[in-house]
Design a protein around this ligand. Structure first.
Ligand SMILES: C=C(OP(=O)(O)O)C(=O)O
Ligand SMILES: [Mg+2]
Length: 573
């Protein structure tokens, strides 16, 4: 039966396809005693064989998409499956104790896990505990006839349905087959949504109930433009969605004609429209969309995509590639912003009550200077190959900036003494994403070369509303005069000191926000590459003097996000 849902529009585009449930099945089972051990052992072997064939397929796919190194984890899983010590122990439990296969598997794997975890002086063996846990979950799923979802194996057009998607789940989605995704939880500025935009996959997040409202293989239409999802649509609804998809494709083709055009307003003022990237691979999108620079390179993905801390050389290669590709256009590289919802398996962080308010970003870098210095050295070495600007994330105090700058200068000195060529025109700036820094922008402006306003976090912290929590997503209010006042203060403070101010939070690519920001004189707009042409096309319609008046009204007269939304909508752009 047709069902309509409304979530948060998180990535533009419209799609129609059947549902692929990326949902962990219920693997609970009852423990029982069996009569026929041979038959039970047979059942175990069937599940082991099924798991093995599945892992082989996953491994082959992983070699193709991620490379040989990343695929090795699946070899380790297959080795466990064929290890007679492991399988033999399960068979013995079935034979001797008459346990059903599920219970025998559970008690043997628990025993292996406990043994490995106890080897505290051998991190390699400790990691094997996770492998045993993964493998036994897979075998259990087959025993119960409720196999695990394997998104890497998707080979037909689908819409992925999930409770939530982590950034690494999102990175694995194959754009060729995954036409859209829809989740129960999440917000527009959660990192999976940001990644969906850079992958150009339409997405609706925070529907609250999609995993219960749709079954595997059921058809659905998804609009990442409006946040509407229709489960089991009527033929008319499918036709309507196809028409919307076509209209959107045509709109994109029209924007594409602006690829080599400058970003100028109707009255001839130029603004820099740049793109955000997570990895050098995203440069394809940056070039395809004619961005004027990289306004935010989120380097934490380099750390997250690696099995251990990336070496100075690994990092140097990635930064050099980005700088060389963009040269002479500017590239703002942000130092590692780990913490919050971004984790590193090899850098265990303390359990925290409030990870978004905790040990993250520059706080980790200043504490773990070994990691920070390696990154800065890699950046300094790469600086000879392009137009580098370095930015520190989550700066709250002047002292943090000065400490970070000091470390940068020390590493620069060392490299120069060693005869390494480094650029002497690297700008050093900060993210403005903590209200304390926004308020003190006039003082910061005397010390930094530039600001880049991170609205995703600045709004989260100003409104005290978790950016990934759909229950409070109504508080994501970029046009609220309180936020606009902060933004205006930051821009004015930069200009007073002859510095530039940009924005790399998602609001920079928001068609309601852009006219207001043009009016406030923001210098640089950095966004998902896929929004660049849309924003360039919008800027052509704006007059800076008119927008200055409009933004003044938005800041001084309006009292709400909605007021300001209406103010811009009334322009009928
Ligand atoms: C750009 C920002 O950084 P991130 O989304 O990576 O936290 C921001 O907070 O607005
Ligand atoms: Mg941030």
């Amino acid at each position: 039966m047709t069902k309509q849902l409304k979530g948060i529009a998180a990535s533009d585009g419209v799609a129609t396809a059947k549902a692929y449930m990326l949902v962990q099945p219920d693997l609970s089972f009852s423990q029982s005693k069996i009569q026929d051990p041979d038959q039970e052992i047979q059942r175990l072997h069937t599940a082991l064989d099924q798991s093995n064939s599945e892992l082989k397929l996953i491994r082959d796919k992983a070699v193709e998409t991620l490379g040989e190194d990343e695929a090795q984890v699946f070899d380790a899983h297959m080795m466990i499956l064929s290890d007679p010590e492991f399988t033999g122990a399960i068979e013995t439990k079935i034979k001797d104790d008459k346990d059903n296969a599920e219970a025998a598997l559970k008690s043997v794997s628990d025993m292996f896990i406990a043994t490995f975890e106890a080897m505290t002086d051998n991190p390699y063996m400790q990691e094997r505990a996770a492998d045993v846990r993964d493998v036994s979950t897979r075998v259990l799923a087959h025993l119960l006839g409720r196999p695990l979802p394997n998104p890497a194996l998707i080979d037909e057009e689908v819409i992925v349905i999930a409770h939530d998607l982590t950034p690494s789940d999102t990175a694995q989605l194959n754009k060729k087959y995954v036409k859209a995704f829809v989740t129960d939880i999440g917000g527009r500025t959660a990192h999976s949504a940001i990644m969906a935009r850079s992958l150009e996959i339409p997405a609706v997040v925070g529907t609250q109930t999609i995993t219960q409202d749709v079954k595997a293989d059921e058809m659905l239409t998804v609009s990442g433009l409006t946040g509407e999802v229709t489960v089991d649509p009527t033929p008319e609804q499918i036709e309507q969605a196809k028409a919307e998809e076509k209209a959107y494709t045509e709109q994109k083709a029209e924007w594409a004609t602006l690829k080599t055009a400058a970003s100028v307003t109707a009255d001839g003022k130029h603004f820099e429209v740049s793109a955000n990237i997570g990895t050098p691979k995203d440069l394809d999108g940056v070039l395809a969309n004619g961005a004027e620079g990289v306004g935010l390179y989120r380097t934490e993905f380099l750390y997250m995509d690696s099995a251990e801390l990336p070496t100075e050389d690994d990092q140097f290669k990635a930064y050099k590639q980005v700088l060389e590709t963009m040269n002479p256009k500017p590239v703002v590289v942000r130092t590692m912003d780990i913490g919050g919802d971004k984790h590193l398996p090899y850098l265990p962080l303390p359990e925290e009550q409030n990870p978004f308010l905790g040990y993250r970003a520059i706080r980790i870098s200043l504490d773990r200077q070994d990691i920070f210095r390696t990154q800065l050295r890699a950046l300094l070495r790469a600086s000879a190959f392009g137009n580098l600007r370095i930015m520190f994330p989550m700066i709250a105090t002047i002292q943090e900036f000065e400490q970070a700058k000091q470390v940068f200068l020390e590493e620069k000195d060392k490299l120069i003494k060693d005869g390494v060529k480094v650029s002497d025109s690297i700008q050093l700036g900060i993210m403005i994403e903590i209200p304390a820094a926004a308020v003190l922008a006039d003082q910061f402006a005397k010390r930094v070369d530039f600001f880049s306003i991170g609205t995703n976090d600045l709004i989260q912290y100003s409104m005290a509303a978790d950016r990934g929590n759909e229950h409070v997503s109504y508080l994501y209010q970029p046009y609220n005069p309180s936020i606009l006042r902060l933004v205006k203060h930051v821009i004015d403070s930069a200009h007073k000191e002859g510095k530039w101010a940009g924005m790399c939070g998602e609001a920079a690519g928001d068609p309601i926000m852009v006219p207001l920001l043009v009016g406030m004189g923001l210098d640089e707009f950095s966004m998902s590459a896929t929004s660049v042409l849309k924003v360039r096309s919008l800027m052509k319609k704006l007059s800076t003097t008119e927008m200055a008046k409009l933004s003044e009204r938005a800041i001084t007269e309006s009292i709400s996000n909605d007021d300001n939304k209406k103010l811009v909508e009334a322009l009928n752009l």
